[in-house]
Design a protein around this ligand. Structure first.
Ligand SMILES: [Zn+2]
Length: 73
């Protein structure tokens, strides 16, 4: 009688990522910098990295690779 309960729909759940923000689509995150608790957003046009604290207020402050690498050593 209740044989219909065997059909599951688990496979479609992983398709949605709640943390994917459309406004960050064009922004790459520098993982090494982000791991230190920094913003880590990379400005693709210049290759510079934001080293402000994670979830900082206002816009990103991008610095050159020398400053960004100094944080991760
Ligand atoms: Zn930032």
């Amino acid at each position: 009688m209740n044989s219909h309960e065997n059909s599951t729909s688990e496979t479609s759940r992983q398709a949605v990522r709640a943390d994917e923000r459309p406004d960050l689509r064009s922004v790459h995150v520098h993982e090494d910098v982000a791991r230190t608790g920094r913003c880590g957003n990379v400005h693709l046009a210049t290759g510079r990295t934001c080293i402000l604290p994670e979830r900082h207020h206002g816009s990103c402050d991008f610095v050159g690779p020398d400053d960004a690498n100094g944080l991760t050593e």
